[in-house]
Design a protein around this ligand. Structure first.
Ligand SMILES: Cc1cc2nc3c(=O)[nH]c(=O)nc-3n(C[C@H](O)[C@H](O)[C@H](O)COP(=O)(O)O)c2cc1C
Length: 360
């Protein structure tokens, strides 16, 4: 039986010292120009010290116009590199592997922030106040692919071990994957394999510009009614991704215990399908050591966590014990501040229902 405190290996041979993965968490602590703040570095460094096998940064926009919210980390310019280098150095000191999550919000990059009409694969309704997105021109699609590649290169130069492409949660890559949000008739649209063209070209462009030891993960939402992604589509996407030069898949399940079709969890269904051909990280509602063990037994190679790592930065150190049952939310602001969340981040967490004692 696999244990949380055993190492595991990405497809390129990169050894990850522990099966815990700090999943990407937006924390609103970056400066207006996208540069990392000391608070954001401290927050991630503390989790590296806590023993996470992988530390993933918050979603970080690869183009200025792809920003989704204020305080978001950016990787679109060379002025970000000094902060990125500091963060990579801090994470390396504790032996964790460091990944930047590369992101473009697409139709979810509000014009109030970017000063322009949101773009997407197609014209899509956003909201009554935001209106609709505009389909990207072919030139814009190619520029965006190049921006993902340049951002990955910056991350490698800064000393990161890899990047994770944010293909989940309905942002730009997912908008291209989704049948509802991508109705293009050019090479970037069509059946699910054709809708993968944007993702595939990003992977190829990154691979052409980074070294072979730099790792590339892809994060997906296996099912999304909003944008039109079915589990069947996802299995086709997974099969197709196996032939690409990526090192692992990260599935964002929100609730890894939920049973889907055939009474199986998404992790079970996807891991059975993948059959060890590529490592899988699975994330969603894991809290205890028992939860983590359950997920490994469902077929995940590594266990992603987000919320539990906020009050408990040392979560990995105890996660191999099935007796480990850390306290559940809500948490006092002081408890979170003691775990190296800044007051700004604590304030953001007040918006997550039931998480902070004086929050929503
Ligand atoms: C505060 C917060 C910010 C998040 N930001 C991101 C993000 O930037 N990118 C991403 O892919 N997922 C993001 N997520 C989702 C998490 O990575 C994770 O998939 C989700 O919280 C479920 O895991 P959990 O139950 O362990 O929290 C965020 C979650 C939280 C709680």
């Amino acid at each position: 039986m696999v244990s949380m405190d055993e190492s595991w290996t990405l497809r390129n041979g990169m050894v990850i010292p522990h099966r815990s993965v700090l999943a990407a968490m937006t924390n609103k602590q970056s400066h207006d120009d996208g540069c990392l703040s000391d608070n954001e570095i401290n927050f991630l460094k503390r989790r590296a010290k806590g023993g996470f096998g992988i530390i993933t940064t918050a979603a970080s926009h690869v183009q200025e116009s792809g920003q989704g919210w204020t305080g978001e980390m950016g990787v679109w310019g060379d002025h970000h590199v000094p902060g990125l280098s500091r963060l990579a150095d801090e994470i390396r000191r504790y032996g964790s592997k460091s990944f930047v999550q590369l992101f473009h919000g697409g139709m979810r990059s509000p014009s109030s922030l970017t000063g322009q009409q949101p773009v997407s694969a197609s014209e899509n309704f956003i909201s009554d106040s935001q209106g609709t997105s505009r389909p990207m021109t072919l030139e814009e699609v190619n520029e965006t692919i190049a921006s993902f590649a340049n951002a990955a290169k910056r991350c490698e130069e800064a000393g990161f071990d890899g990047v994770e492409l944010h293909g989940a949660h309905g942002y730009l890559i997912a908008q291209f994957l989704g049948a509802k949000t991508n109705r293009r008739t050019d090479e970037f649209g069509g059946d699910v394999v054709q809708r993968m063209t944007f993702l595939n070209k990003i992977i190829d462009a990154i691979r052409a510009i980074v070294s072979s030891k730099f790792s590339l993960l892809v994060r997906l939402s296996p099912v999304s009614d909003d944008i039109g992604i079915t589990l069947e589509d996802t299995l086709i996407v997974c099969e197709s991704l196996l032939s690409k030069s990526i090192e692992g898949l990260h599935i964002s399940c929100w609730d890894v215990f939920e049973e889907h079709t055939k009474g199986l969890t998404l992790t079970k269904e996807i891991s059975q399908f993948i059959d060890h051909r590529i490592p899988i990280i699975s994330t969603g509602s894991v809290w205890t050591g028992n939860d983590a063990q359950f997920l490994l037994e469902e077929g995940a190679d590594a266990v992603g966590v987000a919320r539990v790592a906020l009050p408990f930065p040392d979560w990995p150190l105890s996660s191999a014990s099935t007796d480990y049952a850390p306290a559940k939310p809500p948490f006092t602001p002081q408890k979170l501040i003691d775990a190296d969340l800044s007051p700004l981040f604590v304030d953001y967490m007040r918006r997550w229902k039931g998480f902070v004692t004086d929050g929503r």
